[in-house]
Design a protein around this ligand. Structure first.
Ligand code: CA
Length: 701
């Protein structure tokens, strides 16, 4: 008989996969747990697997082996970590990390697997021959290790020395809030002293309903590094504190540009501390988006003007947030709890192997993230870590929204716990993410994926259906969508315009984001034979659809002036000159920029585009029947959602020729015509001639 795998299902129950259970003889088995030999009380055969019940419990501080004849098989503990039994014994709800006070600091770290943990105190952020190291033995209470040091430790650095399964390693506290250069040691600071002047008066802009938000995705580096950005602190948090910046052509840039555009929320790509192997904080020459988390609760050092001072990056990020809020914009942050930069060197792995990551039955780490280490949000202490981290950013940094990278790798309970805790803060904090269904060992019905959106309310999902139906699949360069001339897309587009979800606020409507080709590049590649002018028309048509649809519109920065990455579809580690916003290009595409601006203005002034209940959409939004191929027309009636306009008519023509549309009886006033700057024209009906690749918003008072 061959043992394939052995798992610990309960503290005293083992499940064994074997090739032939008929040959199983319990007296030939030995179970070695550290120095102890455990005895088998009884066994049963369940399907082809053998369940062993032991006379005593396995001590998880020691590794466990199943010896049979000449074979020895490791017993894997990870199934135990999902059980109530495990949580009853080891779950802790206390605040973890270093809790600083002037007269003492309490340190707490969790690991039921560790046989001992020492606190290491240093006086420097980096190791050196002359460093002063002090070592303190911590005490354990059911997996929770703690120590109180009666000193003012402000200015000191710390790490933990953990001994797990006789493996001794030094780790950075997963809960660390401040770090030295490159995030290799924790720093003990008085967080109260990191506040910029006026921080106590910092207030987020008002947001009545989530559907009032218009999200603008950018990165600290992309928005400011171009030589003509007019920004002094290029690539730094402080770039977004510079007001009234202009390009060489005297056109607003950076924060000034975002204000001019009129969006409500800036979504920043990772601003938490990402791996120093991607961007060295000492010499941040290389570029990286930062989807490789190193210290979750610390701002990224390369975005600070002084990453050597642990307080400074915190101060500068807060200062940026303060200025953005002062300019009536909100801040959403991109969070990446689904994997870590490197599982092997991560504190999670070293402090408690097997607990924080998800394993497949073959005992390989699960790889739904594509990074080879999906975190196990379904484990209570990992869930607690995520919830604590989000709450920390919301409270300490006044963050207004969280965009979850690969949210579909998390479980429903985790996302709903976050929603519930954020709601307790009594301010409208956005929560949304990528609800893709990825290959991770979590039952489909508990994954935070878009098909489970009814169980995740009100949490938003990136709407890939509208993205792909408007401009074509992201997985096929040449594929087209409604706006680029693909036939028979009308019905799927209609479904997107009126929202798929239980709540409109669950639909994040977009045509481009940091992933894949920029909108301009996608159009360029899929419509090789279109003229330059027609490509611009397509961009405008895409914008009209996204901004006139029910849900929450999302714009990738630069989309509004036809951003290009020169055909690069995955620029995560490409140089600045691929990723930056080229402010000279804005001058070249002012017509497109102004069109986005007008659409945003209309959306912000007309709540009919921002309905909050599906019933209202069903009642007020009607598609015009029997319109020609490749056109969609709809009305929003009855002063919907308190709108000053009684009726609204939206017309979309994706045809490459002019089309005559029959419209509901006029007179209609033209609010915005993608072909013309003339406003306030009257259309009497019953027909209207639409120019090729164009859109029109009309209204009746
Ligand atoms: Ca870093």
């Amino acid at each position: 008989m061959k043992i394939f795998k052995a798992f610990l299902e309960k503290f005293n129950k083992l499940k064994i996969f074997v090739d032939d259970f008929t040959q199983f003889r319990p007296y030939n088995f030995q179970i070695q747990n550290g120095n102890s030999q455990l005895s088998i009380k009884n066994y049963s055969i369940v399907e082809n697997d053998i369940m062993l019940t032991l006379t005593e419990e396995v001590n998880i501080k020691n590794s466990c082996f199943l010896n049979y004849e000449y074979l020895s098989e490791k017993v894997w503990f990870f199934p135990l970590f999902s059980t109530e039994e495990f949580d009853d014994k080891f779950y802790h709800d206390l605040t973890l990390g270093a809790i600083y006070n002037k007269n003492y600091t309490i340190f707490r770290i969790w690991s039921p697997a560790a046989s001992n943990i020492n606190l290491l105190l240093y006086d420097t952020a980096e190791s050196s021959d002359s460093e002063n190291l002090r070592r303190f033995v911590m005490k354990e209470n059911n997996g929770l290790w703690s120590i109180l040091i009666k000193e003012d430790l402000q200015g000191s650095y710390y790490n933990y020395e953990v001994n797990v399964y006789n493996d001794i390693s030094e780790i950075v506290d997963p809960y660390v809030k401040a770090v030295g250069i490159n995030g290799l040691r924790g720093a003990i600071i008085d967080i109260g002293k990191t506040n910029p002047e006026g921080w106590e008066h910092d207030r987020s802009p008002e947001l009545k309903n989530y559907t009032d938000a218009i999200i603008y995705e950018t990165s600290i580096r992309d928005i400011s590094t171009h030589p003509h950005s007019g920004v002094k602190h290029k690539g730094k948090f402080l770039a977004l504190t510079e007001e009234n910046t202009l390009s060489n052509n005297k056109i607003p840039t950076c924060l000034n540009h975002i204000k001019e555009l009129g969006v409500t929320h800036i979504q920043f790509m990772p601003i938490f501390d990402f791996s120093y192997t991607s961007v060295d904080e000492k010499n941040p020459y290389s570029y990286n988006w930062g989807y490789d988390p190193q210290n979750y609760n610390v701002p990224e050092g390369s975005y600070s003007t002084n990453p050597y001072d642990p307080s400074y990056r915190i101060f500068e990020l807060k200062k940026m947030i303060f200025y953005i809020h002062k300019n009536n914009l909100s801040i959403n942050m991109d969070v990446v709890y689904n994997h870590v930069a490197d599982a092997i060197s991560s504190s999670f792995k070293k402090v408690f192997p097997g607990y924080y990551f998800r394993f497949l039955d073959n005992t390989n780490l699960s790889n739904g993230s594509g990074c080879g280490n999906d975190t196990a949000s379904e484990h209570s202490m990992m869930r607690k870590f995520i919830v604590d981290s989000v709450m920390y950013w919301a409270k300490e940094y006044h963050i207004d929204g969280f965009r979850f990278d690969l949210m579909g790798l998390h479980d429903i309970d985790t996302m709903n716990s976050i929603r519930k805790k954020l709601d307790e803060l009594k301010r409208p904090i956005m929560l949304y993410g990528e609800g893709w269904d990825l290959n991770t060992p979590l039952a489909r019905n508990i994954k935070a994926i878009d098909s489970n959106s009814k169980k995740l309310s009100p949490i938003g999902f990136f709407n890939d259906k509208i993205r792909d139906c408007v401009k074509g699949s992201v997985f096929d360069i040449e594929d087209k969508g409604f706006a680029t001339g693909k036939f028979f897309m009308e019905n799927i587009l209609k479904k997107s315009i009126s929202s798929y979800f239980l709540l409109p606020s669950q639909s994040i409507n977009y045509v481009s984001c940091h992933d894949n080709y920029t909108l301009w590049d996608k159009i360029d590649l899929s419509c090789k034979y279109e003229s330059f002018d027609d490509k611009k028309r397509i961009v405008k048509l895409c914008a009209s659809i996204i901004l006139a649809s029910q849900g929450i519109p999302f714009i990738y920065s630069g989309e509004e002036f036809c951003r290009t990455k020169n055909g690069d579809h995955n620029s995560y580690n490409k140089p600045d000159n691929i990723n930056w916003l080229d402010w000279d290009r804005k001058s070249d595409f002012m017509d497109v920029f102004y069109y986005y601006q007008k659409l945003i203005h209309i959306r912000k002034n007309h709540p009919a585009f921002r309905m909050i209940k599906i019933e209202d959409i069903e009642k007020n939004l009607t598609f015009v029947e029997n319109t020609p191929n490749n056109t969609v027309a709809f009305t929003i009636k009855n002063n919907a959602n308190g709108d000053t306009w009684k009726d609204i008519l939206v017309l979309l023509n994706a045809n490459k020729e002019n089309i005559t549309l029959t419209i509901p009886e006029g007179p209609w006033n033209i609010a915005l015509d993608s072909n013309s700057d003339v406003n306030n024209e009257i259309v009497l009906g019953p027909t209207i001639v639409m120019n090729k690749i164009s859109s029109c918003i009309l209204f009746k008072l």
